[in-house]
Structures are given as structure tokens and as C-alpha cells.
Design a protein around this ligand. Sequence first.
Ligand SMILES: Cc1cc2nc3c(=O)[nH]c(=O)nc-3n(C[C@H](O)[C@H](O)[C@H](O)COP(=O)(O)OP(=O)(O)OC[C@H]3O[C@@H](n4cnc5c(N)ncnc54)[C@H](O)[C@@H]3O)c2cc1C
Ligand SMILES: *[C@@H]1O[C@H](CO)[C@@H](O)[C@H](O)[C@H]1NC(C)=O
Ligand SMILES: *[C@@H]1O[C@H](CO)[C@@H](O)[C@H](O)[C@H]1NC(C)=O
Ligand SMILES: *[C@@H]1O[C@H](CO)[C@@H](O)[C@H](O)[C@H]1NC(C)=O
Ligand SMILES: *[C@@H]1O[C@H](CO)[C@@H](O)[C@H](O)[C@H]1NC(C)=O
Length: 496
Amino acid sequence: MLRPYSCWLLALVSTLAVATNLKGRLADAGITAVFPGDPNYVTISTPFNLRYVYQPAVVAFPNTPKDVSEILKLSYGLNWTAVARSGGHSYIANGLGGKDGVVVLDMQNLNRVTVDPTKNTAVIESGNRLGDIALALSKYGRGLPHGTCPYVGIGGHASYGGFGFTSRMWGLTLDTITAVNMVLANGTIATASNDRHSDLFWAVRGSASSFGIVTSIEVKTFPEPPSGIIFQYEWILDVDGMAKALDVVQNYLESGIPPEVGGEINLFRGPTQGTIVFHISGGWYGPADQLNATVAPLLEKMPDGPKTTITPGNYSESVVFLAGGSLDTHTAPDVHDTFYAKSLMTPEASPMSLEARTAFAHFLANDAFTTDIQWFIQMEIYGGSNSAINAVGPDATAFAHRGSLFTIQFYSAAVGSVPPYPERGFAFVDSLVNSITANSPPHWDYGAYPNYVDDRLVDWQARYYGAHYPRLQVLKDKYDPRGVFSFPTGIENRKR
Ligand SMILES: Cc1cc2nc3c(=O)[nH]c(=O)nc-3n(C[C@H](O)[C@H](O)[C@H](O)COP(=O)(O)OP(=O)(O)OC[C@H]3O[C@@H](n4cnc5c(N)ncnc54)[C@H](O)[C@@H]3O)c2cc1C
Ligand SMILES: *[C@@H]1O[C@H](CO)[C@@H](O)[C@H](O)[C@H]1NC(C)=O
Ligand SMILES: *[C@@H]1O[C@H](CO)[C@@H](O)[C@H](O)[C@H]1NC(C)=O
Ligand SMILES: *[C@@H]1O[C@H](CO)[C@@H](O)[C@H](O)[C@H]1NC(C)=O
Ligand SMILES: *[C@@H]1O[C@H](CO)[C@@H](O)[C@H](O)[C@H]1NC(C)=O
């Protein structure tokens, strides 16, 4: 009787000792950490999306993979949930764990980018933001596919996708990864690649945060292309005009276009009810003198006289332009927003029907015209002829969307970007999506993009992870049996 009893007591006492000692243990290890009550605690635990307020148990700033391991061993011993934060741009504050009481590992001190100019590879530590990475690579005349906003962190971006205007040519950010250096739930430092833990390597390219804390990724880089021309065409269309324009674009994308053309359609509130601003923004990365011939078949079928802006330049200049003028993330502070967004990935095999296009356009030109909710829509081009994203096999990585034409983002923000976000905004954004899905075939095989993460998405397992979800759960039980990395829309352990 005495033995188990004292064991239990011993365990309890040591747990409490560790808990009270967490501050001391982290300090001993030279790891900066911010606890509730510390003067900068509120600032440091403020997410990008001000719609969320969470109280982390601690925000620690590891300097090395070994520090990450130490912190995870401590929290594992205490049965706490842990999470990594890279750029902090999660739409639902998952960089803080998506709940209170989480051990947050802020990766900002792991900020090296090491380029190997002979192998054309780079090792990118997880505290880097996209702007810093682009600057580091451009010194070597190299590039990587990734999103446009310089402040987005590589940690989340490369875990769940990573789309930019070069993605039709180079793939998603996660497609460039050849190895992932990470720390597992129990503190084990591991590398996942095709040769080592290949099952884990599969899982991290699409859902890394459910399996460990990535300290760095090894990527292949690409030579800067011969040009980087940003083209923008804008029309004011009525409902039928927009329904037709979407059809024109869908057909153009499937007409044998080269991989060097990429971009998105942006939709905004029109000047009068019944109208929509239809804006195409794209990048051309082939020889400069071939841009006109490439876009001519599209423009020929669109209404005459779009407002046109062509921004010529080389590749580096195009990255700077798309970033809004600067890639530097150190001199100016990042901004915040207060917003709600959803996404919809449309199947290339079943393009948006006339019915869906018309209903969507009707909603935008009317309901979305009269609402006081602020919104914009982006239809990012993932597919089309010669898309590198869709050239990857459907089961080659955990990323479950290799047959999408568009990733549509429906974004709505509070006035002035500050709280409160209007409650009726949720139903409004739901209706935007429904205008398409409710007017599409019954088993329309659409998905959702996990980097535009939405904690109100009911069938998120299927929409984000598709047919890969059951296999991901098996791997979750293998690599994180206790669910140390548990957060909204993360892979769940199987019920036992
Ligand atoms: C202004 C803005 C512009 C954007 N533009 C684009 C775009 O052009 N293209 C595009 O594809 N996406 C875009 N996104 C979406 C963006 O890719 C995601 O929000 C992304 O997940 C943010 O990554 P982060 O590291 O900044 O965020 P964080 O909040 O730090 O992390 C997001 C998620 O990843 C996890 N994570 C972070 N670091 C690690 C790590 N080291 N190891 C394991 N898990 C980790 C976190 O725990 C969290 O679950 C944009 C987002 C914003 C806010
Ligand atoms: C660990 O915490 C989880 C909830 O986060 C709980 O379900 C589980 O029982 C705990 N395990 C132990 C050993 O305390
Ligand atoms: C391309 O078309 C634009 C008009 O859209 C024209 O001004 C420009 O001269 C053309 N460029 C070439 C190289 O033909
Ligand atoms: C791209 O243009 C910028 C600005 O003109 C210039 O500094 C840079 O050297 C150019 N890059 C290449 C690869 O030509
Ligand atoms: C840590 O977890 C990994 C993956 O599940 C496992 O292979 C390893 O044996 C574990 N290490 C310890 C010390 O438990």
C-alpha cells in the first residue's frame, strides 16, 4: 500500500517543484521568458488578429533547438500544451495555442537564413519572416515561392501551404522543403526527410504544428527568373458581366498558359448597387517581351478598356512591389487587424458553374453592396495549365489540395481594424461562401485552405485535410500520443 502511494506523492511533489521552478529553470538555461504579470506580457501575447485575447502560461524565447527541447521536456513533464509562434499571423491566434494556459515558444531568436550557393539550397530557421527570407535569398540571385506580406512567418506559412504569384511556376512553399529539423512532443530533436522518419516528413508538409516544433527547414531555391512584371487590369462589371468574366478566366487558365504566369482575381464593392470591381493582379516571370502575347487571349475575351497598370521590373523588384514597397520587417512595427475570414478551394475538375458564378456575383453586387461590413475577396490561382502546385501527386505530402483551380479568400474586417468585430459579420461571410456552394453540384469536391484557418468551419477535418485525415491521426498517436500540440483545427488523437 505504501509504495504506490509514496510514488504518487513523489510524482506530485516533483511536478509542483517543476511548476514553481519553471521561471528558474528557464533562466538557468539562459532562455528569456515572459510570465503573466510581467510588464510586457500583454504586448507579447497580443495576436495579429485582435478578435482574440488569450493568456499564455508563458511565452518563452528559445535561442537554439536544444532550448526548444528543454522547454518541451519541462512542459511534457507537466502535461501542458505547447505551441510554436513564428510570425504570429494565424487568423485564429493559433500561434498562442488558440486557448488560454499554453506554453508558447516564440521562435524569433532562431532567425538565420543560410544559403548554400553551390547546392542552391538554404536552411531557414523558423523565426524568419517572409521579407527577411526574400532579402537573404536575393543576395544570391535566388528565390522561393511564398506569399506577398513580408511580416508573415515562415513557421506557419510553410506548415500549411505558402502561396504566391510564383507558385504556378515553383509550387507552394512547402513543396520546396527537403528536410525539416524539429523537436517532438517529448523533447526529442529529430530530422524528417525522405530518408529519415519519412512518415513524419509526409505529415509535416501540410500539418507540421500538430507534430512538433520546427526549428528550421531545408529548402531548394530557384534562380531568379528573367523578369518580374506585375500586371493589373480592372473592370467595373454587373452581375452577368462578372459571371461571364469568371468563365473567361477559368477557360483562359486551362488554355495551355505557361507556368511563368500567376496571380489572383480581387473582388471589391462596386461604385453603385448592381456592380462589382473585378480586378486581376498577376505576375509575369518569363521574358519581358512575351507578356503581351501571354495575356492577349485573356484580354481579347474580356470587356474593352480595363484600367491597366503594368509595373515592369526584375524579380527582386516584383517581390518588393508586392510587399507594398519594402521587405524590411525590422524598422517598422507590424500592424494588426480585427477580422474574420473563410476560404474555399474550387475543384479544377468541376469549375464554378454558371449558376454558382451568377449567384456569387448577385450576392456581391447587392447584399455585399448594401452591407456596412467591410470586405474583400481574393481568388488565388492555384491551378490551370502547367501549375507546379498541381503537378505534385495528391498523396505525396499531407497538403490535401492538388486539384484546385482557385483558393478563394473571403475576408471581412472591423472598421478601423480595431475591435469589436461586428457579430453579424460571421453570417455575412458564411453567406458569401454559401452563394457558391449552395449553387454547385451536390457532391462538389471543394476544400478549404488551412493557412486561412477558420475555427467556425464545421467539417474542418475533411475540408482542410481531405482523405489524409485518418492517416494523420495514426501519425499523431505515434509522434504526439499525449496531444501536447492540441489547438483548434489541429490533428486530433484517436479516441481510445
Ligand atoms: C496579412 C496576411 C497576409 C497573408 N498572405 C498570405 C499569402 O499571400 N499566401 C498565403 O499562402 N498565406 C498568406 N497568409 C496566411 C499565412 O500563410 C498564415 O496565416 C500563416 O500560418 C502565418 O504563419 P505565422 O508563422 O506568421 O503565424 P503563427 O501564428 O506564428 O503560426 C501559425 C500556425 O503555425 C504554427 N507554427 C508557427 N511556427 C511553427 C513552427 N516553428 N513549428 C510548428 N508550427 C509552427 C503555429 O503554432 C500556428 O498553429 C497571410 C496572412 C496574413 C495575416
Ligand atoms: C493531460 O492533460 C489532458 C488535457 O489536456 C488530460 O486529458 C489528461 O488526462 C492529462 N494527463 C495526465 C497524465 O495528467
Ligand atoms: C504591350 O501592350 C501595351 C498595352 O497594353 C503596350 O503599351 C506595350 O507597348 C506593349 N508592349 C510590347 C512589348 O508590345
Ligand atoms: C533588379 O533591379 C534593382 C533595382 O534597379 C537592381 O538593384 C538589381 O541589381 C536588379 N537585379 C538584378 C538581378 O538585375
Ligand atoms: C519520444 O517520441 C518519439 C516519437 O514518438 C519516440 O520515438 C522516442 O522514443 C521518444 N523518446 C523518449 C525518451 O520517450
